[in-house]
Write a protein that binds this ligand. Sequence first.
Ligand code: G
Ligand code: G
Ligand code: MN
Ligand code: NA
Length: 254
Amino acid sequence: LELAAGLKDAAHRGELFLVFQPQRTLGSGALAGAEALLRWRHPRWGLVSPAEFIPIAEQSGSIVAIDFWVVEQVAQQLRAWDAAGLPPLVVAVNVSAAQFARPHFVEELVRILQRMDISPQRIEVELTEAVALKNPEQAETTIRRLHEVGFRVALDDFGTGYSSMSYLKRYAIDKLKIDQSFVRELAHQASDQAIVTAIIKMAHSLRMATIAEGVETAEQAALLQACGCDEMQGYWYSRPLEPAAFEAFVRNAQ
Ligand code: G
Ligand code: G
Ligand code: MN
Ligand code: NA
């Protein structure tokens, strides 16, 4: 309860901020993009994990305002990086079920980006299977609409939800994010290698790209590349970085 009360105005008090985790193309080694991840620095409790406060924000309903604040921050950051001469990166944002279910979700996103003069093509919308499957009919329409206006769509934590193969055919998904639980023991578990290989093959035959999450070792990266995975994200390449550190990382990667 105290956490919920503290969260209510956290954005206004400047306690929320974003970190950006670089994503790497496995073939060329080039920087592929970034995922924006929310952080809450409370004056007394210190850094509170989103794994802790996102569920609370979802229960209290404040998640919608927070998620739109995140999009606004990302757009602002992209403008700043463009002005600083960084290459035009695509940034992935996590979307909650409550935000995705809003009747004018896509238009609300577009309006925020228009205000900042940032094209939807710079944003990848990350949905989990749970978010996408809550209301499959609405999801199909919303994802199609997202595409029409230029957003990319990625399916987050893929393989951990109630994966139904039928929606992969129906939904216009651009990218599957292979969950880190399949990556963790990749070098030691034949079953994980089989699953990862199958996900990548299926994704490619449906013309979707793949990114592996939670890549922590060179060995995992090499195995993923051998399996044909397109991109990777994880501590091995980089931890999530605050904007200044991210900018330095990008300049170094060029
Ligand atoms: O960064 P970290 O691994 O601690 O994130 C934990 C969880 O919080 C992940 O499931 C992630 O998707 C979620 N999360 C991080 N940032 C955001 C955000 O801006 N909005 C939403 N809805 N979830 C987020
Ligand atoms: O649910 P989602 O995939 O959006 O959240 C990604 C989470 O994974 C973030 O909390 C991020 O901080 C975390 N993360 C990113 N890279 C790694 C990694 O290499 N190892 C582990 N254990 N977690 C990671
Ligand atoms: Mn994510
Ligand atoms: Na994920």
